[in-house]
Design a binder for this molecule. Structure first.
Ligand code: NAD
Length: 293
């Protein structure tokens, strides 16, 4: 079994680390706010440096690329040669590549391995991991990720996992706004939320935003809408991901007209009423703009 340092134990990191422990790995965790980790039964130590002391593998699950670099500033010099660094945060492709470069220059090995599947997937151990790494490290990376994963896809070299992730979240944000608009429209046309769900979840509107993270309470009891949109996947994180997607679109000359509009919608929501809410709370904005609240 492997000794793993897990840094960043928030909504995602805490249940992910708990699944590693359940699989028999030894985990030393660190978070500036240790509450969620302690509640999930993950041992927390006093600093990032203390967490990496005996680590064979270091996993980071942090809100931004700047924080991944800040943690690397602290820990890189304390690691044994060959230690495997796996960053599962969602960050810019450039930040992922520069973090991996720093690790390899320090004699370590590195992978970007962002995830999809939300808190539900983190708790169930069914996340989809998108991996950017040397192919020769893949068997070891896959073995470490396995207790947290439904699927591990090798997307290419360093940064390729983050490239796949921004594409996924661009789709997700657009679909969540679409699902929200459709529910509000259906309600105004006299349909119940359950009827809209029963039809669309068995028809061509079917998607994760509808069937797992449904923005109305009732049809999917585990969705954030049933707990006043407590995240889940917080709106500011979705706004961040759309920023990364639009940055990538600009760099590559990709026309993402709907993506730009959805980015604006989420930016405004995250800076205002949605600051503390799951991204499915965007339905509140649709209701407000429709004169419903
Ligand atoms: P979160 O804000 O709940 O957790 C991040 C944790 O990092 C916090 O507990 C914070 O205290 C900790 N942290 C910040 N700086 C730190 C530092 N210097 N040292 C140690 N700990 C530090 O966020 P989350 O929802 O768990 O998301 C984490 C990452 O995963 C983000 O990049 C996000 O975009 C991505 N992600 C989230 C979801 C989701 O559904 N929540 C899904 C896929 C990907």
């Amino acid at each position: 079994m492997t000794t793993i340092a897990f840094i960043g134990l928030g909504n995602m990191g805490a249940p992910m680390a708990a699944n590693l422990i359940a699989a028999g790995h030894t985990v030393a965790g660190f978070d500036l706010n240790p509450g969620p980790a302690e509640a999930a039964g993950v041992p927390v130590v006093a600093s990032a440096v203390a967490a990496v002391e005996d680590a064979d593998v270091v996993i980071t699950m942090l809100p931004s690329g700047a924080l991944v670099h800040a943690v690397y500033d602290e820990v890189l010099e304390h690691l044994a040669p060959g230690t495997l660094m796996i960053d599962s945060s969602t960050i810019a492709v450039d930040d992922a590549r520069s973090a991996a470069d720093r690790a390899t220059h320090a004699g370590l090995r590195a992978a970007d391995a962002p995830v999809s599947g939300g808190v539900v997937g983190a708790e169930a151990g069914t996340l989809a991991f998108m991996v950017g790494a040397d192919a020769q490290d893949l068997p070891e990376i896959t073995a470490v990720l396995d207790p947290m994963a439904g699927k591990v896809v090798h997307c290419g070299d360093s940064g390729a996992g983050q490239a796949a992730k921004v594409c996924n979240n661009l789709m997700l944000a657009i679909s969540m706004v679409g699902v929200s608009e459709a529910f509000v429209l259906g309600e105004k046309l006299g349909l119940t939320d359950q009827t809209i769900f029963d039809v669309t979840s068995a028809a061509t509107g079917q998607c994760w935003a509808l069937t797992t993270n449904c923005p109305v309470p009732g049809p999917v009891p585990t969705s954030p809408a049933n707990r006043d949109f407590k995240p889940g996947f917080a709106s500011p994180l979705m706004a961040k991901d759309l920023g990364l997607a639009m940055q990538a679109a600009e760099l590559t000359g990709t026309d993402t007209q709907v993506g730009r509009l959805v980015q604006e919608i989420y930016r405004e929501f995250a800076d205002g009423d949605g600051a503390q809410l799951d991204f499915s709370g965007i339905i509140n904005r649709v209701r407000k703009a429709s004169g419903d609240q």
